[in-house]
Design a protein around this ligand. Structure first.
Ligand code: COA
Length: 330
């Protein structure tokens, strides 16, 4: 079998207009701007308007990625949308996006759930379709409307989450030295309950009691997730560098999942990467789960923090528990 390269040809993102600041949250729960900034690095997050949804935001992010890569919707061979907040349990967001963008009838379209690692899981999946020649152009999206599954009376979670979408167009290239060079997927289901939404699935379908008890919102053991994420992020970056025999000074930028600035800082210190080589936008958007890395990658490229020929490590970490990394030569 002839293997092909998988190149990040373009990126795009979309954030809703409305901002929810720490000062706003001070009026909603017993918290303070100072506590939130110190413990998480977050200052504000974006909240979707009633008319917006994960799919509607994904469509705009995708259009921007298509534009930046010079791709027409008809050229897309496969659509992967990572999300834990699809518009509906079925159909998939990917099908809604396919139709809205005007992609060809008959291409593959599916959603993928790996929580905050979802976009990187989807990027790895897309890479393998391209490497084996099963697809030439894949649209990979991370989109979330976490505000719809957040309990705004729970101060331990509502300060963290936000809404948004990011997208990448991945294209086949004959240059095996360009694009995705290595990846890792990981999961540890023994930690499944550390971050979960108790109801709304087949185990506990929606009923008036589950709605009343707010069982359709995210529940998290913050301290346990924090410990896991700190250790996993450092280990993942090291593995990603080793897979391509790279030293820290060869890495132009790390695009980590934006879960907590302290998690990112601690991983950087452990590995010996200077703070300027860890991309952070959590101060403005909070944790947008599967959208986080996709938005960060788009912002980093558009801001000139990384570009063609640079080594970049992309990391997702989150519920499941899950983790995923991609080492890419842009
Ligand atoms: N404002 C003020 N105080 C708060 C608070 C808030 N928003 N949230 C919790 N507290 C309080 C707690 O009640 C606790 O009080 P106590 O000591 O009197 O019991 C104290 O602050 C410390 O709580 P703790 O949960 O230990 O704080 P922490 O330093 O671990 O920070 C998180 C909490 C949520 C910021 C942190 O655990 C975290 O970021 N976890 C990982 C989150 C994550 O990444 N989730 C997504 C997966 S990718």
């Amino acid at each position: 079998m002839t293997l092909h390269g998988a190149l990040i040809a373009g990126t795009g993102s979309f954030l809703p207009e409305r901002k929810l600041t720490n000062i706003d949250l001070e009026k909603m729960v017993d918290t303070s701007d100072e506590w939130i900034v110190q413990r998480t690095g977050i200052r504000e997050r974006r909240i979707a308007s009633p008319g917006e949804s994960s799919a509607s935001m994904a469509v705009i992010a995708a259009q921007r990625a298509l534009e930046s890569s010079g791709t027409r919707p008809e050229e897309i061979d496969l659509i992967l949308c990572a999300t834990i907040t699809p518009d509906m349990p079925t159909p998939s967001n990917a099908c809604l996006i396919q139709h809205a963008l005007g992609c060809r009838r008959g291409i593959g379209a599916m959603d993928l759930n790996a929580a905050c690692s979802g976009f990187v899981y989807a990027l790895v999946t897309a890479t393998n379709f391209i490497k084996t020649g099963s697809a030439k152009t894949v649209l990979v999206i991370g989109a979330e409307t976490l505000s719809r599954i957040t309990d705004y009376t729970d101060r331990s979670t509502c300060i963290l989450f936000g809404d948004g979408a990011g997208a990448v167009v991945l294209k086949q290239t004959t240059d095996l030295g360009a694009g995705v060079q290595a990846f890792e997927l990981g999961a540890d289901g023994s930690g499944a309950m550390l971050l979960h939404v108790p109801a709304g699935g087949s185990r506990h379908p929606a009923d008036p009691e589950s709605v009343g008890a707010k069982l359709h919102t995210l529940k998290m053991s913050g301290r346990d997730v924090f410990k896991f994420a700190v250790a996993q992020m450092a280990e993942s970056i090291e593995k990603a560098m080793n897979a391509c025999k790279l030293t820290p000074d060869q890495i132009k930028l790390v695009i980590p999942h934006q879960s907590n600035a302290r998690i990112i800082d601690s991983a950087a210190t452990k590995i010996g990467l200077t703070a300027d080589r860890m991309f952070i936008n959590i101060d403005r958007y909070g944790n947008t789960s599967a959208a986080s890395v996709a938005i960060a990658l788009d912002e980093a490229i558009r801001a000139g923090r990384c570009g063609r020929g640079d080594w970049v490590v992309i990391i997702g970490i989150g519920g499941g528990l899950t983790w995923a990394t991609v080492t890419v030569k842009l």
